[in-house]
Design a protein around this ligand. Sequence first.
Ligand code: NAD
Length: 400
Amino acid sequence: MAKIVAVLYDDPIDGYPTTYARNDCPQPEVYPDGQTLPNPKAIDFEPGQLLGSVSGELGLRKYLEENGHELVVTSSKDGPNNVLDQELHDAEIIISQPFWPAYMTAERIAKAKNLKMIVTAGIGSDHTDLQAAAERDITVAEVTYSNSNAVAEHVVMSTLALVRNFIPSHDIARNGGWNIADCVSRSYDLEAMTVGTVAAGRIGLRVLRLLKPFGVKLHYMDRHRLPKKIEQELDLTYHSSLESLSKVCDVVTLNCPLHPETEHMVNAESLKHFKRGAYLINTARGKLCDKDAIAAALESGHLAGYAGDVWFPQPAPQDHPWRSMPHHGMTPHISGTSLSAQARYAAGTREILECYFEGRPIRDEYLVVQGGALAGVGAHSYSNGNATSGSEDAANFQPA
Ligand code: NAD
């Protein structure tokens, strides 16, 4: 019997939903590169249900208990006496979602003597100290592709919201106003702008494809260059550095994982190369940016806007400068946890668990660390090391 600890976000303040806005939850048949959707032997939930919160339990309880395992579900993950720390000593598997990350630091990994696997229900395993996991031969897996397209939609939405000054204009309408000049003095067309993505993996490439019909010039950088055929199809300009990309782009969007190579890649120094009035969209990870440098660039007008849904740490403390800086379009970390995406990553988590318990290999594309080293998507998209430092500040969060 194994003990599985799932750290999930809290239920809605008014309680777990009993009805939903829609009756169905359409899903793609296959991902754009041909990868198949998660294919567990069965699922015990209806796609479209809230699965990522504590009462949703990622739809895992029936399966795990029928197979004799113990499932502990909690949202308590930070600060003194948190439930995660109390349950760690005999946990075999830890599951958490990047939206409400269980920071699996070296200290926690050392305490979890029985730990064999850490599963990210979603994408982005930077909340685990990957170096420490590798050294203990703990498998780290994520549900690759499960929410990549969902995030790309959020990038497009955020780009348009900033460039067209949607959020302040919406506020004016809600507040009974009608001053057109106030709405439009910061409003532009996206058409004809130059848009660049830092990384053209699953999310970055999807963003490029979605933005192509807007009549923008498309640029990218990545440590893996895209095939010539795709560069030609989308008329892409490749850059080998952030400096060269940011010098020419009106909109820059960050779509790479957080790992030691990318931590704080946008800082006071690198921001100097951005065009005055550039927009920065970051749905990848908060720690890709120096938070104070971003706030200062918005205050000074060097950046015209910043939007995204990722912060560091999470949940973000009340005094995090991105809550109050000007011209931002921030949300809590939501882009990859739409009800549509939850159905895919809950099924993917079940698939990973079935493979683990039945002794079958986990899909290579889901692996981040295995056998003591980066593997699968981890070897392709991450670098060795640890990016969890400072995560203990998550304990400072107090709901407003
Ligand atoms: P992916 O693995 O398909 O793509 C990542 C790309 O980043 C790869 O092409 C890789 O070569 C590139 N890359 C890595 N290091 C780089 C570097 N130093 N410089 C340039 N390029 C580099 O992953 P994906 O599905 O596109 O997701 C990317 C990231 O987005 C995730 O790791 C996660 O951090 C974030 N994400 C956020 C959400 C959300 O809800 N906001 C959801 C999913 C993923």
